[in-house]
Design a protein around this ligand. Structure first.
Ligand SMILES: [Zn+2]
Length: 92
């Protein structure tokens, strides 16, 4: 399936980048490295898909964020044990 840039509609590539994310409680921001990203060489936009954004936000609500240091690899974040079995905060 061809990946198209959300911003300019050109063909884009899958890649990774480092993002900074504020914790749900607003106490601090963490760095998430090797985060799946869409990279567009035409307009130079690098962004996370809605799916990845939702995965990060859900995960940060469900894990013990005290266990996360200043920086974490995306895959490690996703592997952290969840405190709740499901996301009770998702009302969508
Ligand atoms: Zn683009």
């Amino acid at each position: 399936m061809e990946l198209l840039c959300d911003w300019c509609g050109s063909k884009a590539n899958k890649g990774e980048n480092t993002v900074y994310w504020e914790l749900p409680d607003g106490s601090r921001a963490i760095q998430i490295t090797e985060t799946p990203a869409v990279i567009c060489s035409t307009c130079t936009m690098v962004y996370q898909t809605d799916e990845v954004t939702k995965q990060i936000e859900d995960q940060l609500l469900l894990v013990d964020t005290q266990k996360i240091g200043k920086s974490i690899i995306y895959q490690k974040l996703m592997e952290l044990p969840r405190l709740l079995k499901r996301n009770y905060f998702d009302f969508s």
